[in-house]
Design a protein around this ligand. Structure first.
Ligand code: ASP
Length: 440
């Protein structure tokens, strides 16, 4: 029998109507056995997530202010779900436990975790499945990092003897037993860990969009959906701002070659986006998977005659950058020129000092900073070793009447990064999209 691990996000668990959709999805396949849930999220754009209400309670309590109005809202959210689903569930005693905690010495992570805790408990009651508390099986180290080995072993033990279960996402516990959470959106990580522990055939991550889009819909009208993407491509696109998953949700399943399928609870027939370990053999050669980008970069330009023959020139410059705790994004260079691309906001506080030190260390002929650069990443593993893609991209940028400030191609030929002026960013993306994705 196959094993599918699933995670349902906040909008999927937002109210009884959504929970009924989730139930239908689970019941559709007997292989869908291990379910991780988020706390109830927003029912509409002006709604408040239960997790945010819990933080509000905590903040009020530590300031000695009245937390009851927020706690009442939390109670009402769950009460409504329980009533609409006609469940026998004692929410009053659960709320009372939270109230007692708030009246004592409240802990932030414990409070934040209660949304997932209650969501999973209520949902397990609705499905008639076992509720397994993440606090007992997801282990963090003292420093807050995940104790992956112990977590994997313990979860595996309990899940191999539990045929179907519901688990709360987002939290686990520290060595002494205190509750600790992942960063926001962390239920994705729990889902991934569960998928790994049970050696799932697939990890389905159900959300409110049908997967990843090939470009930002605020820039490109109706961009195509990405059907299949490799982990490496996902990382490149996410780094440049196209996010569908918590960053840390990738490593547990990637290590075990388990694919992730991003699906839409509101459109369950849509196959969504499949994130796979390796490019399939029949992949379309020369295809571009997606385009992402970011504004807000600066370039430090350094010119010096005979730079190329000066041993250690680059090392001296990079040492200065590192000694200020800065990381650079790209390092395009010529024979007698080099430039370093950094995030403007990172450079800003160190800027004068960094420039003074570079001046002193390498005595360049020219040294200046250019701001207002946007980077565009064109990503596709199928681009590697394929002729003509770069030409098409540059032609598209030229057609948009945009000047290219920088070009960088990763050594694996998985991506081409182009730097343009911020004001040209949108036009360049639209034109590249039309040329290399829409026309394909
Ligand atoms: N409920 C948490 C949050 O709002 C975690 C999650 O939904 O993944 O961030």
């Amino acid at each position: 029998m196959k094993t599918i691990a699933l995670k349902f996000g906040g909008t999927s668990m937002a109210d009884a109507n959504q929970i009924r959709k989730v139930t239908a999805i689970i019941k559709q396949s007997q292989h869908r056995r291990y379910i991780v849930v988020s706390a109830p999220g927003k029912r509409s754009s002006d709604d408040i997530k239960v997790t945010d209400l819990l933080y509000q309670c905590y903040n009020a309590a530590v300031k000695g202010e009245d937390f009851e109005p927020s706690l009442l809202q939390i109670r009402e959210r769950f009460e409504e779900i329980i009533r609409d689903l006609e469940l026998e569930f004692d929410i009053d005693s659960e709320i009372e436990t939270i109230r007692k905690h708030l009246q004592g010495d409240p802990e932030k992570d414990y409070m934040a975790s209660r949304g997932e805790y209650l969501s999973a408990k209520v949902f397990a009651c609705h499905l008639g499945y076992k509720f397994i508390d993440a606090a007992d099986y997801i282990h963090f180290n003292e420093n807050g990092s995940l104790n992956f080995q112990k977590t994997k072993e313990d979860l595996k033990k309990v899940l191999t003897v539990t045929f179907r279960a519901v688990l709360p996402g987002f939290y686990g516990s520290l060595p002494g037993g205190k509750i600790h959470t992942f960063s926001r959106g962390g239920s994705d990580v729990t889902g991934s860990i569960v998928a790994r522990a049970v050696h799932a055939d697939i990890y389905e991550n159900w959300t409110d969009v049908s997967g990843m889009l090939a470009a930002d819909p605020r820039i490109v009208e109706n961009p195509r959906q990405i059907r299949i993407i490799t982990y490496r491509e996902l990382r490149e696109l996410s780094y440049m701002g196209a996010t569908v998953l918590h960053e840390d949700a990738v490593f547990p399943v990637q290590q075990a070659n388990i694919s992730i399928n991003i699906r839409n609870t509101n459109d369950p027939e849509d196959p969504g986006t499949l994130i796979i370990p390796h490019l399939p053999e029949n992949a379309d050669p020369g295809s571009v998977t997606g385009i992402a980008g970011h504004k807000g970069f600066s370039s430090i330009l350094i010119e010096k005659d005979l730079m190329n023959s000066e041993v250690g020139f680059t090392a001296k410059v990079l040492n200065i950058i590192a000694s200020h705790g800065l990381s650079f994004e790209h390092l395009p260079s010529g024979i007698d020129t080099m430039s370093l691309i950094l995030r403007t906001e990172d450079l800003a506080p160190e800027r004068d000092q960094v420039l003074a030190e570079i001046q002193e260390a390498v005595q360049p002929d020219t040294l200046y900073v250019e701001d207002g650069i946007a980077l565009i990443a064109v990503v596709g593993q199928g681009m590697a070793y394929y002729k003509g893609i770069a030409a098409k991209i540059f032609q598209a940028i030229t057609d948009a009447n945009v000047n290219i400030r920088m070009i960088d191609q990763g050594s694996s030929e998985l991506n081409i990064i182009i730097g343009v002026a911020e004001e040209d960013y949108e036009a360049a993306i639209r034109s590249i999209y039309a040329e290399v994705i829409e026309k394909k």
